[in-house]
Design a protein around this ligand. Structure first.
Ligand SMILES: NC(=O)c1ccc[n+]([C@@H]2O[C@H](COP(=O)([O-])OP(=O)(O)OC[C@H]3O[C@@H](n4cnc5c(N)ncnc54)[C@H](O)[C@@H]3O)[C@@H](O)[C@H]2O)c1
Length: 270
């Protein structure tokens, strides 16, 4: 159901690779709510992904950018402002990749060059996005910047490996830059901590299906699907959430506040 919550707003969405991607669903929902968008992904993802299909669907220009490259980011935001006809109201950072996970390295045997690259792609890119927007003065007042994260930033999930530290860093950047953006420009910065979701990045983790089922059973509402995450992002980009900033917002069906669930015990519940 569309309510024109984003009518007249201009947004940039990073990270839609295919229709499973959380960013893909967010772009669809934002367009439904009246936003005008540009879409971005790494140049290499243009070759493998289906982002052009999404661009056609939501009537958005696609502007490639490696989110670790300041030059690419400047080009992206400058072209986005041209395409959208003004400053930007909202940005979604939906980017994550671990080289050590991809190469099958155990947490007790990590390659540090890979680790630095992982941090650059998955966390420092968020700072780079915000710093570029800041220096270009590209955000409108009362704009909203979001990144997607995972609860492994706070708790231990062994197979998440170095992505846990990436997410801790990402969430910290949201708080720190959130101060500067809030005080100077009335722009809010938050992270949404999403349930396990069946996507290319998610299902790259060892034992992901079992883990997905575990989280689903542990959460009173079940795992939050990507479509609900898109709804949440829409509200966070809308004017209904203007005073929320520097927060890590759990969107996980209740998982983060569970201790023990009777769903895992073999005793009968009366
Ligand atoms: N899937 C899950 O279980 C889950 C849970 C919580 C949070 N998240 C987070 O959601 C976000 C989106 O992931 P997803 O699950 O939709 O998977 P996805 O694989 O569809 O999206 C990840 C995106 O990152 C992009 N990317 C990688 N390197 C890049 C670079 N250098 N520059 C620009 N883009 C780059 C990829 O091309 C891809 O589009 C990530 O931050 C992920 O950590 C995912």
């Amino acid at each position: 159901m569309a309510n024109n919550l984003l009518a007249g707003k201009r947004g940039v969405i990073f990270g839609a690779l295919d229709e499973q991607s959380i960013a893909w669903k967010v772009a669809e929902r934002c367009a439904e709510e009246g936003a005008r968008l540009t879409l971005s992904n790494a140049p290499v993802a243009m070759r493998f992904g289906k982002i052009q299909e999404l661009g056609d669907k939501v009537n958005a220009e696609i502007i490639p950018a490696d989110a670790t490259s300041l030059e690419d980011l400047e080009n992206l935001f400058s072209k986005s402002m041209d395409a959208l006809g003004g400053k930007i109201d909202f940005v979604l950072h939906s980017i994550g990749m671990s080289l050590n996970v991809r190469k099958g390295r155990e947490y007790t045997d990590l390659n540090y060059d890979f680790m630095l690259k992982t941090f650059d792609i998955s966390a420092i890119s968020f700072h780079k996005v915000m710093q570029t927007l800041w220096k270009m003065d590209a955000m409108n007042e009362w704009g909203s910047i979001l990144a997607l994260t995972y609860i492994a930033a706070q708790r231990t999930f062994p197979n998440y490996s170095e992505m846990a530290e990436s997410k801790a860093l990402l969430e910290s950047f949201a708080r720190s830059f959130g101060y500067h953006f809030g005080a100077a420009k009335k722009v809010r910065v938050n992270t949404i901590s999403q349930s396990p979701t069946m996507t290319t990045a998610g299902s790259g983790l060892k034992g992901f299906q079992e883990f997905f089922d575990y989280a689903d059973k542990m959460s009173p509402l079940g795992n939050a699907p990507a479509e609900s995450c898109a709804d949440y992002c829409v509200t966070m980009f809308s004017d209904l959430t203007k005073m929320i900033t520097m927060q890590n917002l759990f969107h996980d069906g209740g998982f983060s506040n569970m201790g023990m669930s009777p769903a895992f015990l073999s005793i009968d519940e009366e």
